[in-house]
Design a protein around this ligand. Sequence first.
Ligand SMILES: *Cc1c(COP(=O)(O)O)cnc(C)c1O
Length: 387
Amino acid sequence: MPQRITDAVRLRSQQTPQGEHSSPLYLTSSFCFEDAESMRAAFADETDANIYSRFSNPSVQEFTDKLCALEGAEAGFATASGMSAVFGSFMALLKQGDHLLSCNAIFGSTHTVIAKYLPKYGISYSYVSADATEADWEAAITPATKMIYLETPTNPGLEIIDIAMVSRVAKKHGVLLNVDNCFATPISQQPIALGADLVVHSATKWLDGQGRVLGGAVTGRKDLIHEIYLFCRSTGPALSPFNAWVLSKSLETLDVRMERHASNALYIATALEKHPALSWLKYPFLPSHPQYAIARQQMTQGGGIVCFELKGGLEAGRKFLDKLQMLSRTANLGDTRSIASHPASTTHAKLSEAERAAVNITPGLIRISVGLEHKDDILNDILQALD
Ligand SMILES: *Cc1c(COP(=O)(O)O)cnc(C)c1O
């Protein structure tokens, strides 16, 4: 761990003759060549010279290198958003006739990609529930299963899936394991060390951590990342060099930020756990969390998200949002500023109550992304809104 944290601070693109201390921003779409021969060699993949920023760019590479160090990954490719990372990892590695096995508790847009778009290309899917046992996962594997995709902790329900357990199933059946590590971040959890082949990220969330830019990445096995790179370099979801430059700086503070997000979140979760207006509250590092033991086994901190269910359901959720004075009402998460959201009336409002129930979105579910304000100011705003 110590070397990873230092690499996230100190890895950088090669210093220019100016001797700049902070890395420059390579805001350029293409790169020049000394002569026809070096240009030919670059296009023939005989050198790793930068050609065009849809393929590679030094600012993007710096961000990718730091993230690979944090995840303990052999290679990585950065993308314009988390969703393009997820989509690229599917399209580069799955083909007509393949089956993708996932879990019914996954990010909404990921579910849309899996359930609406992959079937158009002849890629089928099925889901197990987040509390599936090893036998349940194994029973869901078919001869066509090529990849298992999971998210842990899940957004927004904070369910925890045992990565090492699912990895045993994947390895036994020769299936790839792809893990969305957005909520935990590599500071708390390294899926590759637990057996994952690929790790996807929305860099928009905690990696940026300041609500400024969209970004994403896939890291993992070199041969798989090469396929994803080839797919992305032709289809074009490249990360902007500007966003990469912002995100690379962000990774330098990720460790200290996540420590405070997690300690603030644990403080707030502990203080609110028995509040009479709540029917339940979930935080991975509270012993009351149904998968607390797994969380403690695979994470080093509980992360910055707390969620709870208001006793008054849908109407109480809307009222709670209205009463907040400091917390932001916005769709993002993983910001310095604390955020509250009510999925049933916003992100999941188009679904029927039964459809929401099927993906574990209860009517009074509130998700708090705990920021870096003073912990008592965050807690007091929530308390006054609950009253
Ligand atoms: C936000 C999010 C994504 C998608 O990331 P974007 O950067 O918004 O495209 C994927 N997975 C999880 C868990 C997320 O929270």
